[in-house]
Design a protein around this ligand. Sequence first.
Ligand code: H2B
Length: 108
Amino acid sequence: MSLAAKTCVPCKGGVDPLSRADAERYLSEIPGWQLSEDGRRIQREYKFKNFVQALAFVNKVGGLAEQEAHHPEIRFGWGHAQIELWTHKINGLHENDFIVAAKIDQPD
Ligand SMILES: C[C@H](O)[C@H](O)[C@H]1CNC2=NC(N)=NC(=O)C2=N1
C-alpha cells in the first residue's frame, strides 16, 4: 500500500526510532525530502509565488496534521515554506512521519 494511502497509528512511545537504513528506504518514496544529519528528522523546502500561496499551503498541512494527529514543525514566509517532521515521543522517525510527508505531497 502506498504511504499516502495509509493513516498514522497513535504513537505511544516505547518503540525504537527507525534506523537510518529504514529511514532511507522510506525516503525513496517521498522525492524532494531530505534526512537530517542525525537521521532523526525529515524536511522539505517548498517555493511559492507569494505569501498568500505559502499560507494556503501551511493551512492545508495543518489540516492534514490534525486529521492524522501527527504534526510537523512549519516555518514559512513570503514565497517559501519548510516542513520538518519527526515523532516527538520517540525523538526520531516513525512510519507516521513518512505518511504525513506523502499526504502533504499528494496532488490536490
Ligand atoms: C496526544 C497526541 O496525539 C500526541 O501528543 C501526538 C500529537 N502529535 C504528534 N506529532 C509528532 N510529530 N510527534 C508526536 O509524538 C505527536 N504526538
